[in-house]
Design a protein around this ligand. Structure first.
Ligand code: SF4
Ligand code: SF4
Length: 279
């Protein structure tokens, strides 16, 4: 299950995504939380992605076809990406007094009011993430009230107003089944077909091999050149040469995603590599 959250800097988008992942973990699922910042400042649009699955999750991309989209600030729905990729059975959770026909299943709640009434305010602005997490439970997400509450407590400690905001978000949110016609959004492209090819090069921080403390080494005898590692390497440093799959160690950061996704167990993490900084 894939959940995409849209909001603004300061609304607790990234925190909500982490809490969802934590709650899913309490339920026995594998889970993942990925933040995505544009300009890192209050008020700027922010996205975060959560995934949960009963199997290990190898996908580490953004979410393009969410099962659930959460919108913390209604003014954002003017941005085409916010509602893009919704499936016919997807849920939209809106911080809104009224339902809007943006999906077939719409959960709506006035999370801003709930946040203000419970003093979830930072620098004068309400933080709607906790009541929105309450509303999330009105969807088909396989997370119980208790697991979500535990995850919230884990993050914030025992805070009565936070628990109350969560409870109110759950109780006051409503599910509407609406007639929904999938809108053709101009920029709604399947980005997977449009991935630009880029090559690693030295940036302002210099070569990224200095970040690495373990090194992925490919066993050519096991490798069948399926290129799954190439597909998943976030640095684009895996290449196919004439007779082998090779890694550009000048830029490999040692994240070991390649090792995780290799179906032939052909990649080993070699530790203890000493790095030298040349001045
Ligand atoms: S994923 Fe494994 S088997 Fe496939 S190309 Fe990479 S190293 Fe080889
Ligand atoms: S360790 Fe990470 S950066 Fe290095 S080759 Fe593997 S996936 Fe790419």
């Amino acid at each position: 299950m894939e959940i995409r959250i849209h909001g603004r800097g300061g609304q607790g988008v990234v925190t909500a995504s982490k809490i969802i992942a934590e709650a899913a973990h309490f339920e026995g699922y594998y889970s993942q939380s990925i933040p995505y910042f544009g300009a890192e400042r209050r008020g700027a649009p922010v996205q975060a992605f959560s995934r949960l699955s009963d199997k290990p999750i190898f996908r580490v991309s953004q979410i393009y076809h969410p099962d659930i989209v959460m919108v913390f600030d209604l003014s954002l729905i003017k941005i085409p990406e916010v509602l893009s990729g919704l499936k016919s059975n997807s849920f939209a959770i809106l911080n809104s007094k009224n339902p809007l026909s943006v999906a077939k299943n719409v959960v709506y709640v006035n999370a801003t009011d709930i946040a203000m009434n419970n003093n979830l305010i930072a620098s004068g602005l309400p933080i709607p993430n906790i009541p929105m997490l309450g509303a999330l439970l009105k969807t088909n997400i396989p997370i119980s009230y208790e697991a979500m509450l535990n995850a919230i407590e884990q993050y914030f400690g025992e805070k009565e107003e936070t628990f109350k905001a969560f409870e109110e978000g759950f109780k006051k949110s409503k599910l509407a089944r609406l007639k929904f016609k999938k809108r053709k959004i101009k920029r709604d492209i399947d980005i997977r077909c449009e991935l630009p090819v880029s090559y690693p090069c030295e940036g302002v921080a210099g070569r990224t091999d200095l970040w690495r403390f373990v090194k992925p080494v490919i066993d050519a005898n096991k490798c069948n050149k399926c290129m799954n590692c190439w597909l998943h390497c976030p640095e684009g440093v895996i290449m196919e040469s004439e007779d082998a799959v090779v890694i550009n160690y000048d830029y490999c950061k040692g994240c070991m995603i390649c090792k995780e996704v290799c179906p032939r167990d052909a990649i080993t993490a070699v530790g203890g590599e000493v790095q030298c900084i040349k001045f």
